[in-house]
Design a protein around this ligand. Sequence first.
Ligand code: AMP
Length: 191
Amino acid sequence: MLNIVLFGPPGCGKGTQSAILKDKYDLVHISTGDVFRGLDPESELAKLAKSYADKGNLVPDDITIKILQSEVKKYPNARGVIYDGFPRTSAQAEALDVFLKSKGGAVSCMLELEVEENELRTRLKGRAMDSGRPDDADPAVIQNRIDVYNTQTSPVAGFYKTQGKYKSINGIGSIKEVSERLFQNLEEVIA
Ligand code: AMP
């Protein structure tokens, strides 16, 4: 089974590109952010997740890892999975390795979409009008999400670099240009 980690800062295009890769390669797309937003809003778990997300902070690892695992288990016959927004900490990356190993699998590759910070801020501000997400609307929250990415999430790339599974992709350009770059990089993984 293919296990593709699509990585990069908030606003880099992970969601958009995941949807394209999902259709092209017949994969399941799992976005932990979407899973949190899709929980019953009255549930304690949803309220807890929202209390972190609205400030731009990460939901604690133990909760996020459990949510991710139960989501993956919903698709036992999938050809593969695109992980969008997970793992976001070293503990999550290690837990994903252990979890996939227990199923006889492994991460196939990590693709990082590289976009510089000013462009991220512009994109997230634009997205706020359509997404209705409180964490897209407030410049202070946007900045916190970028800072959290730089301090807690960015080091996760090193975990996959050490395993020889990391590829950096230029995330600037049209949606089509970026997806073409992803296809090129995925060719050898998927062949
Ligand atoms: P996203 O839709 O990926 O931007 O995620 C929105 C919010 O959900 C994040 O700011 C976090 O609060 C939470 N979240 C999503 N994925 C994770 C994760 N892997 N670890 C911790 N928190 C997460």
